[in-house]
Design a protein around this ligand. Structure first.
Ligand code: ANZ
Ligand code: ZN
Length: 818
């Protein structure tokens, strides 16, 4: 009857949804609420295949929950501050806002065409004044709580982007964004004290078990890196304060033969003797040019200088020479270690290079590290270790040593984290200005809340070129201001915030769009959150996903949100690749999303994405066939066209066998979507489409009520992945649009029940059990069920089954061995 005109359908329903505000939540309490959230996009250009996949996944969840009767919040916005806009502005002699907002418009219209069930009324952009005003407000609250502070230290510096980077943004020693090798610079920078929350970031992960992918939790756990150990104090001759080291093996203290401090920390410069100073300073210069990765590499030859002073081992009074070496990092532990070459490979390599003594204090496997050059680690029998001799396990050794040190004030048990404070200031323009004024009289003065936002000055083109200092510093009219405290002359802080600050709280803002009294209304957040399902890429496993958890905990402590964890479930979709490789310009294997949509239509592209495999897996576009997805959708569409019964007809008298397929599908697809097995759910829809087609052509015929029942459910189930076809079908079936407002049908367990028969189980010709089994039971299942029966087990009495004779579904006969 009617042919499926996909282009017309797309236009028609897009206009309908927009006018109808179909996907705006009711928020009136009449239904239980659910919040489905996609990681918001960066406006880098038009949407690409990766976006298409991720947002298709989130849309399945969102649409499913709607049909299940929930009031669903599914918002969208843009993470719109950031470097690419600024680089484009420099290239084009323009303002970053021009590029940013033009791209946002392009993406927004692509999102609409793509048929996502989004609530557009909550749209936000982090670069809008009305948004960044609240980013600044939050910064000030963190500042008040001592969680935002400035300190000088060596920081990661990208020579190309001319800005500092957080540790999380350094990947394999290179800039996460541009791939340039990262160097170190000593700068005074702003930090968030995320380390105060290290324990809670770890402990609260128990709430995420099961809801988040295990590997994401593992990555976060490793990133936070909790180590138990001890602080041990070593006296230094001619110095008042001792050196404190962090060690995870205080039990090896008798094996310490020298000490090492980080060359680039303050301690080394304080300790060095006059005689060694020149050599030391030359070494520090070299170290500054060495990347963190190189420093931590075990392959690299060890380097260092002796500082010309000794420390005293607290347990035996021995003198230990103090060295500076770059394998010890300034910002881990205390930046100083006791070196135990026999039981730590790094120390052993160093000791061999510089001819320092090696003393074995643990017999681990009978070998002697001093001879083999291989440090022995783990448990062993203590030797040459005074109070520890006689013990044979590590935990006993560690606790006895800690008790001894604590009794003597020589040390204390402690916990150390790998996690560093979050360096948040950036020397770039297109970001949220830091709302602090520097006054000679008053120091660091927060900009009063009522003066927010501190707006960006109007800079463009060349004015933004990277110079190593923030472009904001050159805007002197903007920089020079009056001190909010004393009214004297003062200067604005010229750094902007890391864009990960913006994205650490956007999901709260969606709950209170346009709210003017604060970043969000706590009641709104309490009503909608935590997020039921978060969807986004695994590349955020330790950046965004750690930061946003931190923000949520601080807001929890401020009494603004009632929960500790903002995202209950997390789905990391796989990547879309092509011919087995990530799409890239250099490989020339990119697939253009717009082109695919032009060729096959939105629905077929979406079905192809979802059907390709489990959501977490990468999908290889070259191996897929959007053309066959389109054929499938046309087949489904034809079902609706063929139905001849009227809407509202009583299904009860419909064809039994088709009704059974329909009701089994209802139950199965429900379960599959709930479990995130979207691809299998699509396969079930395909099966039901085929069964319905068969019923129409060679079974009960198109007038049978069961055909209508099946076609209506196909439309509903399809609406999760192919919303345009689904709406068309729904309308053709004489139903009130939108299909998104319909309810998922109840599966009737009696209709869905498998036909069963009685199967007898024989052992050596005797009937030992009678079991109710599905009529189409497979032999494997039949044997499994038989073996699980108590009577059968008794009769087998532990004997193995050596042969099976099956006449299914009526009989299975088991032959036991001797
Ligand atoms: C003595 C010792 C003996 C150590 C031994 C290990 C084995 P994690 O597990 O990563 O926490 N360390 C401490 N601070 C350091 C720094 N700033 N830079 C480089 N290395 C540092 O590692 C803790 C161990 O790493 C500490 O325990 C210390 O070496 C070293 F048989 O102390 B150990
Ligand atoms: Zn002042």
């Amino acid at each position: 009857r009617e042919h499926y005109d996909r282009v017309a359908a797309q236009e028609k329903w897009q206009a309908f949804w927009e006018k109808d505000e179909t996907y705006k939540p009711l928020d009136d309490g009449s239904r239980e609420r659910r919040y489905v959230l996609d990681m918001f996009p960066y406006p880098s250009g038009d949407l690409h295949m990766g976006h298409a996949e991720a947002y298709a996944m989130g849309d399945v969840v969102s649409r499913f929950l709607r049909l299940k009767g929930f009031d669903v919040l599914h918002p969208i916005g843009w993470d719109s501050f950031g470097l690419p806009a600024e680089n484009a502005a420099i290239r084009n002699n323009a303002h970053p806002a021009e590029w940013t907002y033009a791209n946002i418009e392009t993406q927004a219209s692509s999102f609409k065409r793509y048929g996502l069930s989004l609530d557009w009324s909550r749209r936000l952009h982090t670069s809008d004044e009305e948004y960044y005003r609240w980013t600044q407000w939050l910064f000030l609250r963190f500042h008040e709580r001592g969680l935002a502070y400035r300190k000088e230290s060596f920081v990661n510096w990208c020579p190309k982007d001319q800005t500092v980077l957080a540790n999380e943004q350094v990947v394999g020693g290179t800039c996460e964004r541009c791939g340039t090798e990262v160097t170190k610079r000593k700068l005074r920078q702003w930090y968030f004290k995320i380390t105060d929350y290290a324990d809670r970031l770890l402990d609260d992960m128990s709430e995420l078990e099961g809801g988040w992918p295990e590997h994401v939790l593992t990555m976060q756990r490793n990133w936070i890196g909790r180590s138990e150990g001890a602080h041990v104090d070593f006296r230094v001759e001619g110095r008042e304060t001792p050196i404190t080291v962090f060690t995870t093996r205080p039990d090896t203290l008798y094996g310490a033969t020298y000490m090492v401090v980080a060359p680039d920390g303050d301690l080394a410069a304080e300790l060095v003797s006059d005689g060694q100073r020149a050599e030391f300073e030359a070494y520090v210069e070299k170290v500054k040019r060495t990347s963190e990765i190189e420093r931590q590499s075990t392959e690299r030859e060890k380097t260092g200088v002796w500082l010309g002073v000794d420390a005293i081992n607290p347990v035996n009074g021995e003198r230990l020479p103090i060295w500076a070496a770059d394998y010890v990092l300034a910002d881990y532990g205390t930046g100083a270690i006791m070196a135990v070459p026999a039981h730590d490979q790094r120390d052993l390599d160093f000791a061999r290079k510089f001819d320092l003594p090696v003393r074995t204090v643990l017999d681990v496997d009978g070998t002697d590290p001093a001879e083999t050059g291989v440090a022995t680690v783990g448990d062993g029998a203590y030797m040459n270790s005074g109070i520890l001799d006689g013990l044979t396990d590590k935990s006993a050794g560690v606790s006895r040593m800690i008790a001894h040190l604590e009794a003597d004030n020589g040390g204390v048990g402690t916990v150390q984290y790998r996690l560093r404070d979050w360096l948040l200031s950036r020397q770039r323009f297109w970001g949220c200005p830091i709302p602090i004024v520097h006054c000679e009289q008053c120091g660091e003065v927060p900009v009063p809340d009522e003066q927010l936002p501190v707006r960006l000055p109007d800079l463009r083109g060349d004015q933004l070129a990277p110079k190593g200092t923030s472009p904001l510093a050159a805007a002197t009219d903007w920089v020079n201001t009056t001190c909010p405290r004393c009214g004297g002359a003062a200067q604005r802080d010229t750094d902007t915030m890391d864009t990960f600050v913006d994205s650490s709280w956007y999901f709260f803002r969606y709950c209170s769009p346009g709210y003017e009294e604060g970043p969000f209304r706590p009641e709104d957040v309490a009503r909608w959150m935590p997020v039921a399902q978060y969807v986004g890429g695994v590349e955020h496993a330790i950046l965004h996903l750690l930061y946003m958890r931190f923000f949520s905990k601080v807001l929890h402590d401020m009494g603004m949100v009632p929960f500790k964890e903002p995202m209950q479930r997390l789905l990391n979709q796989g990547q879309v690749i092509n011919h087995g490789k990530a799409m890239s310009k250099s490989l020339g294997n990119g697939v253009d999303l717009g082109q695919q949509i032009d060729n096959y239509g939105v629905d077929a592209v979406r079905v192809t994405m979802i059907f390709a495999g489990p959501p977490e897996d990468d999908i290889d576009w070259a191996a897929l066939s959007p053309a066959s997805s389109l054929k499938f959708l046309q087949r489904a569409h034809r079902l609706a066209a063929d139905v001849t019964s009227e809407p509202g007809v009583d299904f009860a008298n419909g064809d039994r066998s088709l009704r059974k397929s329909t009701h089994q599908s209802i139950a199965e697809i429900d379960m599959l979507v709930g479990d995130g097995r979207f691809n299998v759910a699509v396969a079930r829809i395909m099966e039901l489409v085929n069964a319905t087609r068969k019923a129409i052509d060679s079974g009960c015929g198109p007038a049978d009520p069961a055909v209508r029942e099946a076609a209506e459910f196909v439309a509903q189930a399809l609406s999760l992945v192919a919303p345009y076809v689904a709406e068309e079908m729904w309308e053709m079936l004489g139903k009130e649009p939108s299909v998104a407002n319909s309810r998922w049908p109840e599966s009737d367990p009696q209709l869905a029940a498998e036909d069963t028969v009685t199967m007898v189980v024989q052992i050596q010709g005797k009937i030992r059990a009678k079991l109710e089994v599905p009529a189409d039971i497979a032999e494997e299942t039949a044997v499994e069920l038989a073996l699980a029966d108590a009577g059968v087990q008794r009769s087998l009495a532990g004997r193995e089954v050596v042969k099976v004779i099956a006449k299914l579904p009526k009989m299975v006969s088991l032959v036991p061995g001797k």
